[in-house]
Ligand binder design. Sequence first.
Ligand code: RB5
Length: 145
Amino acid sequence: MIVAFACDHGGFPFRESILHHLKNHGHEVIDFGPQFFEELDDFPDYVAPACQSIISGKAERAVLVCGTGLGTSIAANRYPWIRAVLAYTPEIAKIGRSHNDSNVICFGARTMQLDSVLKSLDVFFTEPFIGGKYQRRNEKLDSRL
Ligand code: RB5
């Protein structure tokens, strides 16, 4: 898949491992940075272009990382057509796909373990959406845009 990636200073410690994992699994990554650690950077500045890339169709999914995953998930869900989930375990990542058809996954580098995050990433790219009543709910979300 074509995957957008973005983080902030809080998520920066996971940046290289996640980028490496994505590329190793055959994904094409659009990297929205930051390229270098900047202690005073702000996650909304990186989340915006990553979400816009999904809205425009340039990317199919996005992976966002901040300190807790909270700021990035709040920011991402402000954009139309974005269904961002804070995947605090691989099991939640699985439900985020099967029930919510998540197209954005958010992690916290200060609150999660890297091995769990990489497992959640694998689930995010393999678990199908099951549709049915969950599709109806997503349509209701979209009808309120
Ligand atoms: C660190 O500034 C932290 O607040 C940020 O990375 C993120 O966790 C916000 O939700």
